[in-house]
Design a protein around this ligand. Structure first.
Ligand SMILES: Nc1nc2c(ncn2[C@@H]2O[C@H](COP(=O)(O)OP(=O)(O)OP(=O)(O)O)[C@@H](O)[C@H]2O)c(=O)[nH]1
Ligand SMILES: [Mg+2]
Length: 303
């Protein structure tokens, strides 16, 4: 048998760059939630991908932006932590937005935040949205700003250029035993994936600030003898008014959200699912250490 290789690849970039979409494509399953809104991912999410004798563990991270709230700071800290621990970093930028102020700030911060000599590759994503001739100029500009070891042009959504990126990463990860069994695709407890699925549906359905003011936790998980699974979740919101919006007229909103989440969960688990959602008002949830640990984030005192 050929020698095994294995390594961690951190996906970093501005919110909405397509990091989670790329992770899901590499893994071949929806492990990390995706929405059109910024700041969807809140914690580090690992997805495992096999390429020949190489096991590539992709680490999806929250988008990097200038944090304001405690939760934002914890998210950004998790993202930089993921980058510093990785064997290889892939910085994603959006082809149609180019070298934005936000990306320039990330490049600046990389100089302090990541160990010297750590490989950073560039992935220009969403190439399906731009003309080919604009890409070369952007690639040049990006490489003038930072010494990327390689540049890839991809569309995480359409799958363009993704095989090349995966093959290159497989050739770069160090020699060493695999970290996970060959058939494992994620390193995230099922109850957390289930909570994320519900949070995705909430984020897609609710407007403006509300998605950023709530969190979802799976409280109970019961695999029943009849082959079905019962999942009980709590949605924490900060205000009474938010609860009202979430429930909707005659509870229609929460019902629709629950149905959408349940459909995804049934597909993911490949078994019947009974999903029960409860909405609780908890004015201080954004300052409660337990809420952070449930998400896999560090809670810092005095933040
Ligand atoms: N056109 C196009 N859209 C894409 C592509 N990749 C991702 N998107 C879309 O971009 C949006 C953001 O994608 P995500 O994968 O959630 O982005 P992210 O970087 O994980 O965002 P955060 O978790 O908020 O940091 C979604 O609406 C995706 O469908 C692509 O290659 N082409
Ligand atoms: Mg994401």
């Amino acid at each position: 048998m050929a020698e095994q290789r294995a390594g961690f690849v951190a996906l970093i970039g501005e919110p909405n760059a397509g990091k989670s979409t790329l992770l899901n494509r590499m893994v071949g399953a929806k492990v990390s939630i995706v929405t059109h809104k910024v700041q969807t991912t809140r914690a580090r999410i690992r997805g495992v991908c096999m390429e020949g004798d190489a096991q590539i563990v992709f680490v999806d991270t929250p988008g990097l932006f200038r944090p304001r709230r405690r939760l934002d700071r914890a998210m950004v800290a998790a993202a930089w932590g993921g980058a510093a621990d990785a064997d290889i970093i892939v910085l994603l930028v959006e082809a149609h937005r180019g070298l934005t102020e936000g990306t320039a700030a990330i490049i600046d911060a990389m100089k302090d935040r990541i160990p010297q000599g750590q490989q950073v590759a560039l992935a220009i994503n969403k190439i399906d949205r731009v003309k080919a001739e604009n890409l070369l100029a952007l690639a040049q500009k990006m490489n003038d700003a930072f010494p990327f070891v390689e540049t890839f042009m991809i569309s995480a959504e359409k799958g363009y250029g993704v095989d090349k990126l995966r093959e290159w990463l497989a050739s770069q990860v160090p020699k060493g035993a695999w970290f996970y069994p060959e058939d494992q695709i994620a390193d995230l407890p099922m109850r957390m994936i289930a909570a994320e699925v519900t949070r995705e549906k909430l984020t897609l359905r609710l407007h403006e600030e509300l998605p950023y003011q709530l969190t979802v936790e799976t409280e109970k998980w019961e695999d029943r003898p009849d082959g079905s699974t019962r999942i009980d979740q709590v949605v924490y919101v900060a205000r009474d008014g938010h609860k009202g919006i979430l429930l909707g007229h005659k509870g229609e909103t929460i019902k629709a959200i629950g149905q959408a989440a349940r459909a995804d969960l049934m597909e993911f688990l490949d078994r019947p699912v009974h999903l029960f959602l409860q909405v609780k008002v908890r004015p201080n949830w954004l300052d409660e250490p337990d809420r952070y640990s449930e998400m896999g984030l560090d809670f810092k005192d005095g933040d």
